[in-house]
Ligand binder design. Sequence first.
Ligand code: CA
Length: 228
Amino acid sequence: MKPYILIVEDEASLITLLRYNLEKEGFEVGEAIDGDEALVMARERRPDLMVLDWILPSLAGIEVCRRLRRLPEIKNTPIIMLTARGEEADRIRGLDSGADDYIVKPFSPTELIARIRAVLRRLRPALADEAITYRDLKMDLVAHKVTRDGQIVHLGPTEFRLLRHFLEHPGRVFSREQLLDSVWGQDVYLESRTVDVHVRRLRQALNAGDRADLIRTVRSAGYSLDAS
Ligand code: CA
């Protein structure tokens, strides 16, 4: 699965350059030329990471960033801001508005790609590697295969996505609503009970043969991947 990067930039030549280099490096690229388009596109398909220019027509990058952070389904998407300004105060404002990192123009595509990989490794580790492991659990993202202690674990597509989400954020507790947003998507209206059903199935599959339970139920809060 290729990481999907949404570039928000009004300079056509820069978009062309970034698209060429990112695609060459195995990323899938979407582009928006202003903030409004970016908000629409990000809601239609959640990017794995956004590259957001500070200076955009109509809505400024910093405002786009704030608005994105208010959308429940987008708020965890990593954002790298592109800024022409070198002033420390602006960088801090950028990070305050919810950006995860920034890069000062002019920059080389290689520099941006290195930054993208670093942010993905930090925030979405599953995208930076071909396999994610946790204890004796291994998810091969290329072959779409899960093993525990070397034994194949058979999962349905929803359980696979659910497990992947947990593996991307080990130890973190997610409410049922957060899981519905992240794993099922924003346009799906389901009861939170649905989450319980799929967590139960995931548990049964993972724990077959009396293995230790890797999923922790946090009373009145939700679930997390936690072996302790
Ligand atoms: Ca610009």
